[in-house]
Design a protein around this ligand. Structure first.
Ligand code: ADP
Length: 395
């Protein structure tokens, strides 16, 4: 037996039917019911709006108006509780009309009996409850998605606003560098070079942030094509060698493969791994970069001789915003996003990225990528086709 009686709002203009229903409900031993009786369309509607009950049971015939109209009106006014319509024998298609108006169930008066009524009432209440819970969940999900969408849009705007002045700062720094070079003022030239490199650092941080935003919004697009893997690696090594005076980057390329993938994004990963080696192994003088083939994949290895990474951190460092907290890292700028973005780029192209390291023995960051289009992802092929029509959103 339920603890609290189920409150039934009964809208019924016929007193005899009210008494009949009262008796029926009183005889149900599995539950207890309390009836709130209203005799007319108008008073019934007013009671419905108060929602001081658990379910509404109403007669089809309500004087000049009918129950279907009342159901429709109550739903229009936002009534969310279950409604069961009582129909007479001659009411024909009322069942369909009742559902269309927003009733949850109907029962013909000539079939009224306790067990059936009890079952219909219970199911209607439970169904409505779970329906409302589902709706609530759905609207919460939609609200969360909307918030996420707005957050991503906001970040895009902020990033754009930050990048505009940086681009002009960089332009002026380069202009100044050229003018100073003509005059031969080395000291001022070095200062401007430092401005330029700080602007570059800031731009990289902002770009990483933008990429993470794209990843979380599912908008990181890849443009696939065939490209010479070794040539890309050599090009990046040549580009990065000047940023470190201390290290010599030794490059040994032996893959000799043209592979299918996003050249710029793969280049971004290679750059990230080599700049990490420069950043996190500052007391050393060598970095080894190698390419190789393993079956149907090319491999890249970037080896440094710095502090290395503890085994238990070797997976964690690929998580977003993760940075190893150790004193020698504190002076190194970064948001802990480079490896996360790299992993996303490699995995989206059906490759694998990992690190091999022993604490104190340096670290070797590696990735493998499928060589041919058929081994690469179909998702990537889709992106490539899409990119022919989508404008320069990515870079
Ligand atoms: P960031 O360099 O911006 O902090 P990354 O995602 O590139 O972010 O790297 C995450 C963390 O992994 C770094 O903060 C650093 O602690 C560690 N790490 C990355 N590369 C190396 C490396 N070559 N040697 C030692 N630690 C590294």
């Amino acid at each position: 037996m339920d603890k609290e009686p189920t409150r039934i709002l009964l809208i019924e203009d016929d007193e005899e039917d009210f008494i009949l229903l009262q008796r029926l409900l009183a005889r149900i031993s599995a539950a207890s019911y309390r009836i709130i009786w209203e005799k007319s369309y108008k008073s019934g509607l007013a009671r419905m709006i108060e929602t001081e009950h658990d379910l509404c049971l109403m007669d089809y015939r309500l004087g000049a108006q009918n129950g279907i109209e009342l159901v429709r009106e109550a739903r229009r006014r936002g009534y969310v509780l279950p409604i069961i319509l009582l129909t007479g024998v001659s009411e024909g298609e009322t069942d369909i009309q009742a559902f269309q108006a927003g009733a949850d169930d109907y029962i013909a008066k000539d079939q009224l009996q306790g067990v059936l009524l009890h079952r219909i009432i219970r199911y209607a209440i439970e169904r409505k409850k779970s329906e409302r819970e589902r709706e609530k969940l759905l609207s919460e999900q939609l609200a969360a998605q909307e918030l996420e969408k707005r957050r991503n849009e906001f970040i895009s705007i902020v990033v754009h606003e930050l990048k505009t002045p940086l681009t002009s700062l960089k332009g002026f720094a380069q202009l100044l560098q050229r003018r100073i070079a003509k005059v031969g003022d080395e000291q001022t030239g070095n200062m401007v070079k430092r401005i330029d490199s700080q602007v570059n650092k800031l731009t990289e941080l902002i770009d990483d942030f933008l990429d993470v935003n794209r990843i979380s919004g599912g908008k990181l697009q890849l443009r696939a094509d065939y490209f010479d893997f070794d040539a890309l690696v050599e090009e990046i090594v040549v580009e990065l060698q000047p940023i470190t005076e201390q290290h010599t980057i030794h490059c040994t390329v032996t893959s000799q493969k043209v592979i299918w993938g996003d050249r710029t994004r793969v280049g971004q990963v290679i750059t990230n791994l080599i700049t990490n080696a420069i950043k996190y192994a500052p007391e050393t003088d060598r970095i080894l970069v190698e390419t190789d083939v393993d079956g149907e994949a090319v491999i890249l290895r970037v080896q440094d001789f710095g502090p290395g990474i503890l085994p238990e951190l070797q997976n964690v460092i690929f998580a977003p915003f993760y940075r190893i907290d150790q004193p020698e890292n504190r002076a190194v700028t970064g948001l802990g996003l480079g490896l996360y973005i790299s992993a996303e780029i490699i995995q989206r192209q059906h490759g694998r990225i990992w690190v091999e390291s022993e604490k104190g023995q340096g670290a070797t960051f590696c990735f493998s990528l499928p060589i041919t289009q058929s081994q690469a992802s179909t998702e990537l092929e889709g992106d490539a086709r899409q990119d022919q029509v989508v404008s320069e959103e990515v870079r």
